[in-house]
Unconditional design. Structure first.
Length: 265
């Protein structure tokens, strides 16, 4: 599947429909290999030690390096990551996703309405604006797409109750009219694409303006070979203890190719 060729700003309705359905592909429904066709081998990453020696980094070691880059208290972060203190919490959010029918990432609940896949900003905007009452109907050019997505299971008007805990990473206005809950996997390339391309637009237009409360839940898809996804989620949560959850969240996704295939120890 040549997903990286899809252009979210194409205007003909037929192309929009095809593009969005493809863009909505989630982990587990199509091969991910083509997304990173030009990816270099990162199975063994080395760093210079005093300019002479080298050592092979594991994913955990890479996350500790990121913590240092972010200016975190290194000892506190390392202790947190090594302890596995957030494994239970991650297991809980994974179970929540399973109960809600989530089997791929990224998946979102916009005021309880399910939207699946790394959809373009225009799709989020259409749904959010309707929820806010800015529009009463979906834009004409997107109605057919919405219908296609509903029939294929990528969108649902059914409102589900999604639990939000104090321990869930959250940003935005806690009293906002819209709550978006994202279920993510840090090793999922589609999640990375969404985090890099679409979330910043949602941040600017809706989160920063107080219209959205944004909640993040982890659902590492280790069964799909994402061996480092859970540890990455732990790294983000450990960073949250020092007030830099979202900074680590951004770092993990922007550097995904760097750590995704490293050893787990």
């Amino acid at each position: 599947m040549e997903e990286n060729k899809v252009k979210s700003n194409l205007t003909p309705v037929a192309i929009i429909i095809a593009g969005l359905i493809i863009a909505g592909a989630i982990v587990g429904k199509d091969s991910l290999s083509k997304l990173f066709e030009n990816k270099t081998d990162t199975s063994e990453t080395t760093v210079a030690v005093k300019g002479v020696e080298t050592e092979t980094l594991s994913a955990s070691a890479q996350f500790k390096k990121y913590a240092g880059d972010l200016g975190l208290d290194q000892a506190k972060f390392d202790t947190c990551l090594d302890s596995g203190k957030y494994q239970t919490r991650i297991s809980e959010t994974s179970n929540e996703g399973t109960i809600l029918g989530i089997n791929g990432t990224p998946s979102f609940f916009i005021n309880g309405k399910l939207l699946i896949g790394a959809q373009p900003f225009s799709m989020f905007k259409a749904i959010i604006d309707k929820e806010l009452g800015i529009t009463t109907e979906y834009p004409a050019e997107i109605k057919d797409t919405i219908s296609q997505m509903e029939s294929s299971g990528y969108f649902s008007e059914e409102v589900k109750t999604v639990p939000v805990a104090d321990t869930d990473p959250t940003k935005g206005n806690v009293n906002a009219a819209i709550t978006i809950v994202e279920f993510t996997d840090y090793q999922c390339p589609y999640c990375a694409r969404y985090a890099i391309e679409t979330l910043p637009q949602i941040q600017k237009e809706y989160i920063d303006t107080g219209k959205i409360k944004y909640v993040l839940k982890d659902i590492p898809l280790t069964s799909l070979g994402h061996a480092n996804a859970e540890k990455a989620a732990e790294a983000a949560l450990c960073s949250g203890e020092q007030g830099k959850y979202w900074e680590m969240h951004e770092k993990l996704f922007s550097s995904q190719q760097e750590w995704s295939e490293l050893g787990t120890n």
